[in-house]
Design a protein around this ligand. Structure first.
Ligand code: ADP
Ligand code: MG
Length: 369
């Protein structure tokens, strides 16, 4: 087990910047997820930890060792890829044992390690099969088994569940969380799926266009996104964003004018703002209340017309057209048979659950909480 430290990592391919000044400290035993859209540099960063890619500048430390220029085999890491890369002509046993045999480990030790890993992954009954006779989930377990027997200091996963169907992905997600709990080994896990990131991570690093946008626990990112990118990327359905203007500024906050001339006072610092300034307002669908149903704090009421209703059974998604071209999506528990397209509906907002961003997309500082 070991901590991993990324110091000012930058990477260029053919002069094109792919990673810029990445600083991340991964704690010993932590489950760290790198998440971001396709092409943002997640795999490149993971491969830099593995030694499969050389950083253009910066340092990689694993444990107390500086490994920036060390070959992959010297780093004590094991990597699991999206494509399982199993040897098709070898049995599951031999696939898992391959690295140990190559390292000329004694036969009894290899036997013991393979059986222990297979038991952990519940694939003991498959040890005599070839990969072609396995399902996708079983193959991925074999690939994970192959990395477990090497007893790495750090596990590196690059989108290991992306090839699996949705139901299996959810199941494997839970199994990987349990596996991490049992082994306690540091994990760095790459995914483009924010749900995977939210459910699996101790902490998440959100990457975008080669930059680290924010690092924090899942709930820190959900509750206090630093910027509009993180706000829009974490959470489903996506946060609503509306154009608003500043109506007034005082010690305790900034009053904004929402579409439809509705005022809402937000508990944020407004020292550089003046009436008339334009801002972006954000609120998650699950934090938009139905006036008829809400019991908590109400700081503003907005009226709109229902344009789309999506029934999920246990909850409902409603798309509302409010003033002008603005639309707001809301998510509410319950079936709500009473809501139909074309209805007028009043929705309510709680300022503590809303977000304000400047036009550069940076979140304004909260004056409380
Ligand atoms: P992600 O894993 O987040 O989808 P990658 O790290 O694979 O992103 O890629 C980041 C960027 O670097 C992409 O624009 C990709 O095209 C580019 N890239 C990756 N590997 C190479 C390479 N070997 N040569 C040139 N460009 C590359
Ligand atoms: Mg990738």
């Amino acid at each position: 087990m070991a901590q991993v430290r990324l110091n000012h990592i930058a990477k260029q391919f053919d002069g094109q910047s792919v990673l810029a000044d990445i600083n991340i400290d991964i704690r010993d035993g932590e489950f760290m997820v790198f998440v971001g859209p396709s092409g943002c540099g997640k795999s490149t960063l993971l491969r830099t930890i593995a030694g499969l890619e050389r950083a253009t500048s910066g340092q990689v430390l694993i444990g107390s060792d500086e490994v920036t220029h060390a070959p992959p085999a010297r780093r004590g890491v094991a990597m699991v890829f999206q494509s399982y890369a199993l040897y098709p002509h070898m049995t599951v046993f031999d696939n898992i044992a391959f690295g140990l045999k190559l390292a000329k480990k004694p036969r009894e030790e290899v036997e013991r390690a393979v059986h222990a890993a297979a038991e952990l992954l519940q694939i003991e009954h498959l040890l005599g099969r070839k990969p072609a006779a396995l399902s996708g989930g079983q193959r991925q377990r074999v690939a994970i088994g192959r990395s477990i027997v090497r007893e790495p200091r750090v596990f590196l996963f690059d989108e290991p569940l992306s090839n699996l169907d949705a139901a299996l992905r959810v199941q494997m997600r839970v199994e990987l969380i349990k596996l991490h709990r049992r082994l306690g080994t540091t994990v760095v896990y790459v995914t483009h799926d924010q749900v995977e990131a939210m459910t699996m991570a101790d902490r998440i690093a959100v990457l975008n266009q080669g930059r680290l946008e924010q690092l924090g626990t899942p709930l820190e990112l959900y509750r206090r996104p630093n910027n509009m990118f993180v706000a829009g990327f974490i959470g489903s359905p996506k946060m609503n964003f509306l154009d608003v203007s500043v109506a007034a500024v005082d010690e305790s906050g900034v009053t904004v004018r929402l579409p439809g001339e509705v005022s809402l006072k937000m508990p944020v610092a407004g020292e550089n703002l003046a009436p008339g300034d334009e801002l972006k307002f954000g609120v998650r669908p699950e934090h938009v209340g139905l006036k008829a149903a809400v019991e908590g704090q109400v700081d503003a009421t907005v009226s709109g017309e229902v344009v789309v209703v999506e029934h999920l059974g246990g909850e409902i998604l409603v798309h509302l057209q409010i003033a002008g071209e603005s639309t707001v999506e809301l998510k509410s528990p319950g079936t709500h048979d009473e809501i139909s397209c074309g209805d007028r509906l009043d929705i309510v907002l709680n300022a503590d659950l809303c977000h304000l961003f400047n036009l550069e997309g940076q979140a304004l500082t909260r004056t409380c909480g």
